[in-house]
Design a protein around this ligand. Structure first.
Ligand code: PBG
Length: 317
């Protein structure tokens, strides 16, 4: 008899089901274990509240976590950037998949580049991190908070309601909308969100070394080290996914290079730092990454980065 398929819990959006299906297919290809998708509705998908007003992180992941704890699903796939940095009791990140393109992308009317947008052009994004970094580059633009899935946001450009929207390149790729991209931001211009472009596989901690150990087949070491450094910066700054914090790490020639930026929502104040560390044979890259993230965050706090985070959280949305 064929083994019962593993139950993978996913949000219902096109982006979520596409990325979950990709992870499922890779798991099956590498381990032979069949996987079926279970669609779960999340609060973040149904609420009409503005994302920065939801009062807390994790709106996209809590229902999936409840299903994991209740045994309704065997494992869940999340966009890593939507996962709060605090560990969830009883659960573990058994795998972090190889990162897709981490950059942010502009989708503008008339094929315009970011530098070609006229003064006063309206740019839609619900992310304080994007607004802050974009305002630092182009204080003459008008940033408009928007919500909804990628397709809804792109629709506001097609309809003429907005001149442009900014979205994650990886997400646009997953919903098949790369043709809408008119410009891409390099890390020098806009640092992505910690974990952007990577997917996290989460399961019950008690099953991780037991019947679900095969899930480590989709773990990618260099991505796990990079996103660890990025997420430690976020955690040390006591910031969540709605904070104006960008962080990006990459492994190159045996070194891990970490860059981070904390920018006030109006783009006028910023703390930007970078630091790198050697990845050696006899140290765990994840430990090296965590230390690197802590050191960089402490330097940034010394320059007032924590105050920018606190002011942004306390200020008006
Ligand atoms: N907050 C929603 C969300 N979560 C993950 C992605 C994109 C895909 C990714 O970063 O892996 C998006 C949409 C966006 O930021 O444009």
């Amino acid at each position: 008899m064929a083994p019962a398929p593993a139950r993978l819990g996913t949000r219902r959006s096109t982006m979520a089901t596409t990325q979950s299906r990709q992870v499922a297919d890779t798991i099956t290809a590498r381990t032979g274990v069949p996987v079926e998708l279970e669609l779960i509705t999340s609060y973040g998908d149904i609420t009409r509240a503005h994302l920065t007003q939801l009062g807390g992180t994790g709106v996209f992941v809590n229902n999936l976590r409840d299903e994991l704890l209740g045994g309704g699903i065997d494992f869940a796939v999340h966009s890593l950037k939507d996962l709060p940095t605090a560990p969830a009791a009883g659960l573990t990140l058994i795998a972090v998949t190889e990162r897709d393109d981490p950059r942010d992308a502009l989708c503008a009317r008339d094929g315009r580049k970011f530098s070609d947008l006229p003064a006063g052009a309206t740019v839609g994004t619900g992310s304080p991190r994007r607004v802050a970094q974009l305002a630092a580059l182009r204080p003459d633009l008008s940033f408009v908070p928007i919500r909804g899935n990628a397709e809804t946001r792109l629709g506001k450009v097609t309809s003429g309601e907005l001149d442009a929207v900014v979205l994650a390149y990886a997400g646009l790729a997953r919903v098949g909308r790369l043709d809408d991209v008119t410009d891409v931001f390099e890390a020098e211009q806009v640092l992505p969100a910690p974990g952007q472009g990577a997917l996290a596989v989460e399961c019950l901690a008690a099953r991780a070394a037991a019947d679900l150990a095969y899930l480590t087949a989709v773990d990618h070491g260099p991505t796990r080290a990079a996103v660890t450094a990025e997420r430690v910066v976020l955690a040390e700054l006591e910031a969540g996914c709605a904070a104006p914090v960008g962080a990006y790490a990459e492994c190159h020639d045996g070194r891990l290079r970490l860059r981070a930026a904390v920018v006030a929502p109006d783009g006028t104040r910023a703390v930007r730092r970078e630091r790198s560390a050697a990845l050696t044979q006899d140290t765990d890259p994840v430990d090296t990454a965590a230390s690197l993230g802590r050191e960089l965050a402490r330097e940034m706090i010394g320059e007032g980065a924590d105050r920018i985070v606190a002011d942004a959280a306390g200020g008006a949305a």
